[in-house]
Write a new protein. Sequence first.
Length: 149
Amino acid sequence: MTDSERKFGWVDDWAKMTGERARIDAKVHKTAIVYNTKMGKVKEFYDGTIQRMDSGESKGGIMREKERINRIMSLLQRIWEQQSEMRFNQIISNLQHMYSSQNEGYGQRMLIENGEEVKSSYLDFFYLEDDKWEEFLQRMVDSQERDYK
């Protein structure tokens, strides 16, 4: 073993522990982790399923269609117009809480208070894919339209 191998051997252990911690966090927060393998980049979900990311990747993420932006913004507009007295961020916050409650607490974060882990009202939707959000918003619009007929 060379001096440099001995000096920096801890880095491999640290990297392995970091990966394990990320996997634990993904399970707790019902998210996913992304990492490289010999076969390419993969996404490992909190339930243990692993999905190979396709080769049409750009800057580490899957390329998404631009048309989704107009669709999602249109759905948000329709929802907001039915509740125009609300501020934009109120609408977004309310929609996120509704999505979370309908999807096993997706995005729910815990916090430490007086040394105990407790649920917080903070939701983290960073990893929610747009298609899931769009489906949810479409259901909300459909529901609003049924209610207002």
